[in-house]
Design a protein around this ligand. Structure first.
Ligand code: NOJ
Length: 709
């Protein structure tokens, strides 16, 4: 009999339930403070895993209590949110998504896993796979952006990076795909709010990343805080038990979100904590994070017949199997993971990831900075804001490891005079610094204006109804723009900001998001032209809040927008188009595409097609270009989105270089869920659209026929 089975046999019901309990150690606070005597609970055998704890000593002390101080010595696992690096902090996921580079996504996760495993962490609550189309929602910062294919690719890459080839490898950590599912569709972008999306939207947009996560062998899944059409995800038996377990065959651990089981009462589907515990367990939630509902109430729920012992056994078995897979029974301290690693190499990767995540939104011939620039005024509250560079969810990252924008520029331009004034705070109302900042800026050759959000303004519980610049920053910017000195504006933020007015008037605008430890160096690399910007927007950038939700893959209407016809789908006071489309991002070079063709032009439902295009770099810089392939099913039984991303190719072009670029798609890329949500290909015409962003006007188009035979 396997170790796990014989262990299960020797466990009391209380010990089994203890395995289902996940409690915080409070080294970092990621939810409401709930009073739990962690040490006493571990000693009593009532804890299966501990989170928010890292560092060898702390971890070993807790592990000793479990592995050496409880009757059966079942080791704990240690969980932590590692969204974009552990010690070494990389760009926030939304920014890194813009690199459109699965290999980079995997490498940063691998490094994070190495650093975290080194400090005793065995599981992370990542990757976050919530497709999000509403930048009011602060958690858009944590995920892959608006597109399901990007989310799928990110799921695969991050899980490979965290888990590596096998979980028992000393530097592997278990990944938790979250938040299952559609949490990103929170009503009006308000965190934790209810979600009500169609079954079709689930199957087309929100479920595919989780399917990919399961196929990639993800060890755990976390249901979201949200309800879905009235059913909280923590109690969603149909999606957890039927879809994940039965249909996808997911056999890993389902871990509740923080106090989410107790919240079933507030949702209005459970009368008390016993009810809540029973609902969650019956739905398939194996572990209870911070509700203490399982340890306190499952015994009663069992006695009252609300749950079966078989459900407790199955959940405990999955937790024990995870520990077995992690090698914790043989090496509870994961001592071999403690080997050294090169922090310098990790920081080098952080710099590369950061510059590959910077999106050049506009550039009126001011960047890269000319060699003649002698005096630069660095102005704004984000210019020298070390801690803000980390962004939300910075795990064990430290402000002192961050390079500020000011430092990066001074380091990169030793022969320039680089003067600095914050001008204003990020959020406060004090405008007294604006005039001195303008005085300082007046004599400069160029102003680098560093604006944006504080890191705590995105991530969890950080929704914003107005997504402009907070505090007095707009006033600062207007006054700086009025000096007449050319302005390069940098936007540090966890979301697109509504700043059309700035884009109209600044000579260049860059989305610098939250780039992590090496922010300053990476930004200097881009401004000076040492690195030619290559990132693309993984999310549509709105002009104003009123356009939200806004995303490229919308459906047509019976009355598509037409500026000359009032009775079409439009606003009276704003264009329908975004400020910048999905995929937008400039470089210092210019690649032109021509001669799009498909071969063959007719395929059958089991065929493949090669999409081919000629591309030439007509600029003077080496450039890394991302070429997107979108598809539109022209006539279908169910109206299809105007465009759906089906793939992309990233290519480095030397100056002047011409290349023929090809991407192969199989016919199943052209399928969509039928009325039973099963994939179906309807023969007919498909438009193939290829280009550098999702603005239809910029795309080349051709037609592919899928035949019925
Ligand atoms: C709540 C968040 O929703 C979730 O993403 C996170 O993993 C847990 N807190 C634990 O910190």
């Amino acid at each position: 009999m396997s170790r796990v089975e014989s262990l299960l046999r020797s466990m009391t019901i209380e010990e089994k339930i203890g395995q289902l309990n996940l409690v915080t150690a409070g080294q970092t606070v990621t939810g409401p403070v709930v009073h739990v005597e962690t040490t006493a609970e571990i000693r009593a055998g009532r804890v299966g895993g501990v989170f928010n704890l890292w560092g060898r000593e702390a971890m070993a002390a807790a592990q000793k209590l479990a592995a050496e101080g409880t009757r059966l010595g079942v080791p704990l696992f240690f969980g932590l949110d590692i969204l974009h690096g552990h010690r070494t902090i990389f760009p926030i996921p939304l920014a890194e998504a813009g690199a459109f580079d699965p290999l980079l996504w995997e490498r940063t996760a691998r490094v994070a896993a190495i650093e975290a495993a080194h400090e005793g962490v065995s599981l992370t609550f990542a990757p976050m796979l919530d497709v999000a189309r509403d930048p009011r929602w602060g958690r858009i910062a944590e995920g892959p952006g608006e597109d399901p294919l990007v989310a799928v690719k990110m799921a695969e890459a991050k899980i490979r990076g965290f888990q590596d080839r096998a979980l028992e490898a000393p530097t592997s950590i278990a990944a938790t795909a979250k938040h299952f599912c559609a949490y990103g569709a929170a009503t009006a972008g308000r965190d934790y709010a209810a979600v009500d999306v169609s079954e079709r939207a689930l199957h087309e947009i929100y479920l595919p990343p989780f399917r990919a996560a399961v196929e990639a062998g993800c060890a755990a899944i976390m249901p979201g805080f949200n309800s879905l059409a009235g059913v909280p995800m923590t109690a969603h038996a149909r999606l957890l038990r039927e879809y994940l377990r039965r249909d996808l065959g997911f056999d890993g651990v389902i871990i509740s979100d923080y106090t989410a089981i107790a919240e079933l009462i507030e949702h209005g589907v459970a009368g008390d904590l016993t009810d809540a515990a029973a609902l969650a367990l019956r739905a398939g939630v194996d572990m209870d994070m911070m509700s203490m509902a399982y340890v306190r109430r499952l015994p009663e729920a069992l006695a009252r017949g609300l749950v079966d012992l078989a459900d407790v056994d199955a959940a405990a078995r999955r937790v024990l199997l995870l520990k077995e897979r992690l090698g914790l029974f043989d090496d509870p301290y994961r001592s071999i993971a403690a080997g050294e690693y090169s922090r310098a190499a990790h920081r080098e990767l952080a710099r590369d990831a950061a510059r590959r995540s910077i999106t050049l939104l506009s550039n009126d011939d001011i960047l890269p900075l000319s060699a003649d620039v002698r005096r630069i005024a660095v102005i704004g509250p984000l210019a020298d804001a070390r801690a803000e560079m980390l962004g939300p969810w910075y795990s064990a990252g430290a402000a002192e490891d961050c390079v500020t924008i000011l430092e990066g520029l001074r380091f990169a331009l030793p022969n320039c005079e680089v003067v600095f004034h914050a001008g204003a705070g990020i959020e406060d109302d004090d405008a007294s610094g604006i005039a001195p900042a303008c005085d300082m800026a007046a004599g400069a050759d160029v102003i680098v204006l560093c604006l944006g959000e504080a890191e705590k303004m995105s991530g969890e519980a950080a929704s914003r109804a107005m997504i402009g610049l907070p505090g007095r920053q707009r006033e600062l910017a207007e006054r700086i723009l009025a000096t007449g000195v050319p302005v390069v504006a940098l936007l540090s933020s966890g979301r697109p900001l509504a700043v059309s007015w700035l884009v109209e008037r600044a000579r260049a605008v860059l989305a610098t998001w939250f780039l992590g430890d090496m922010a300053g160096h990476a930004i200097a690399d881009v401004l000076t032209g040492r690195y030619n910007p290559s990132a693309r927007l993984a999310v549509t950038w709105p002009r104003e809040v009123g356009q939200i939700p806004i995303f490229y893959a919308s459906r047509s209407t019976g009355r598509p927008w037409n500026a000359d016809n009032r009775y079409t789908s439009r606003y009276l006071d704003l264009p329908v188009e975004p400020l910048f489309p999905f995929g937008h991002g400039l470089s210092y070079s210019h690649v032109v595409l021509s001669n799009l063709r498909v071969a063959p032009s007719d395929i059958s439902a089991d065929g493949t097609v090669e999409i081919v295009i000629d591309a030439q770099n007509i600029g003077a810089f080496e450039t890394e270009e991302t070429i997107f392939v979108f598809v539109r099913d022209v006539v279908a039984s169910i109206a299809r989105p105007l465009m759906e991303l089906k793939g992309w190719v990233k290519i480095v072009f030397s100056p002047g270089e011409s290349r023929t670029v090809a991407l192969t798609l199989s016919a199943d890329s052209f399928s969509f869920p039928d009325e039973n949500m099963k994939p179906k290909i309807e023969p007919g015409q498909f438009e193939i659209l290829v280009g550098l962003d999702a603005d239809r006007k910029n795309l080349l188009a051709t037609v592919l026929n899928i035949t019925s035979t």
